[in-house]
Design a protein around this ligand. Structure first.
Ligand SMILES: *Cc1c(COP(=O)(O)O)cnc(C)c1O
Length: 452
């Protein structure tokens, strides 16, 4: 151990780890080697073997585990890559409040305790037209909280066509049972009628719940009941009408060819009493679950004890407030998710052409083209809707597209790229400013060209 710790190769590692922890790690590696020698799997101790193992183990400490990557997949709301990229304004707001004390729960005027929810409530009401709003950790939490606060011990009526599973094991029937709500299924997978709902409502019913079937689409012989009809029925029978909208579209996206999706405001206008949605899907903000709607319902949720377990932290609230302010100011185009979704196909093409020409001069041996590709909204939204995009396609005789993808993932800033028919694809839509350069440098390094 003494020998090991004094080896000059360790000085670099000791900058990454406290000496005692490092010693523990070294002795666990030495123990392993000792066991291998005793069992006969290894014949003798070689210092180099030790340092190979040490280097492997220390690799995990060289870079943060949670770190930035470049999204060259063309999937805008990429759940595995952290969904939405925050607007500069939101990033600034986060770092401002993260660094020091803040008004998180402090009312400056009264000089006493305030509510953390106030920072976003009036903005959400302004944008959606809601009477009241509250935010929690994420939309799964928002749905759970609404059900627990408003229908626990009673029942909720849901169409069989809307009993969905969202990725990551969020399943409507499970959330219902967690919340203590009895699920009453009505209709069939493909068709549910107003009379199905009407026939299922009894004294036990707390609400009618509508769920956005975010990640799949029923085509063909299909019928669902309109929000207006369900709202009228709920009003008539004295039950709540709640909707889990999932993606939470705030601004009309029809300009980007993504029409047909109702906004949160649209839902409320159609008569829904309470709407829940995600902050980091199409809204383009931080991970949050929004709950907006009628004041008396939101007040019941606000005072329900489970809220405490689902509350957002100051950094999330700062990011959400800043993002919502952009909507209020009519500047939603500054939100990367919104900008990427509405990016014109020709702009993407131009961007790809620029990258392609640098790549051609940097790597003369590869064959490089700009090709039309389908991009995707992602985040389980707009199933079956491709966004028309462009990508730079790279083919090399010396390396397969799969190996190229692997090498790009191992870059200092990892790059996640697509592939099709044996060619690597760098989708232009999801590259952020400066990413083009990083991609260029990484590819030149891997494919052995020379940057001009
Ligand atoms: C995405 C989604 C959820 C889960 O939202 P999170 O913010 O990921 O917790 C719930 N319901 C629907 C309909 C969704 O699309």
């Amino acid at each position: 151990m003494e020998k090991v710790l004094n080896d000059e190769r360790c000085s670099e590692y000791l900058a990454l780890m406290d000496r005692d922890m490092f010693k523990d790690l070294c002795s666990s590696i030495l123990d392993g080697l000792r066991r291998s020698i005793l069992s006969g799997a290894m014949d003798s101790f070689r210092q180099d073997d030790f340092f190979v193992l040490l280097d492997e183990r220390m690799n995990a400490f060289k870079y943060p585990s949670l770190r930035p990557v470049i999204n060259a997949t063309g999937v805008v709301v990429h759940t595995n890559l952290g969904r939405s990229c925050l607007a500069e304004e939101a990033v600034d707001a986060v770092s401002e409040v993260a660094r020091g004390y803040s008004t998180l729960e402090y009312d400056l005027k009264a000089g006493e305790r305030g509510q953390r929810n106030t920072h976003v409530e009036s903005l959400l009401c302004r944008i959606t037209g809601a009477e009241a709003a509250v935010v929690v950790n994420n939309n799964a939490g928002a749905v759970l909280l609404c059900l627990a606060a408003l229908s626990s011990g009673r029942s909720a009526v849901v169409s069989r066509g809307e009993l969905v599973e969202i990725g990551g094991s969020f399943r409507i029937p499970d959330i219902m049972s967690f919340s203590g709500t009895k699920l009453v299924e009505v209709g069939t997978t493909n068709r549910t009628h107003l009379r199905d709902y009407a026939g299922a409502i009894d004294d036990d019913t707390a609400m009618i719940m509508k769920v956005h079937p975010s990640n799949f689409k029923i085509v063909g012989f299909h019928k669902e009941v309109s929000r207006e009809e369900l709202a009228a029925l709920a009003r008539d029978r004295g039950v709540i009408f709640m909707e889990d909208l999932g993606s939470g579209v705030m601004a009309d996206l029809s300009g980007s060819g993504l029409g047909g999706e109702i906004t949160v405001k649209g839902c409320l206008q159609a008569g829904v009493d309470l709407v829940t949605f995600s902050g980091d899907k199409l809204l383009g903000g931080p991970q949050i679950g929004g709950i907006v709607g009628k004041r008396d319902l939101v007040d019941r949720i606000r005072t329900y004890p489970l809220l405490r377990a689902l509350r957002c932290d100051k950094m999330t609230l700062a990011a959400m407030e800043a993002t919502l302010r952009l909507y209020v100011r009519g500047l939603s185009a500054k939100i990367p998710t919104v900008a990427m979704l509405s990016m014109g196909q020709m702009d993407i093409k131009n961007r790809c052409e620029l990258l392609a020409s640098s790549l051609r001069s940097g790597i003369p041996s590869a064959s490089i083209d700009v090709v039309e590709v389908p991009d995707a909204v992602g985040g389980g939204a707009y199933p079956g809707t491709d966004l028309p995009g462009f990508a730079v396609s790279i083919r090399s005789d010396s390396i397969s597209s799969g190996s190229l993808q692997e090498r790009l993932r191992a870059s200092r800033t990892p790059i996640i790229a697509g592939a099709r028919d044996g060619a690597l694809l760098i989708h232009g839509r999801t590259l952020l400013e400066g990413d083009d350069c990083t991609v260029l440098e990484a590819l030149v390094e891997i494919l052995g060209g020379h940057l001009k």
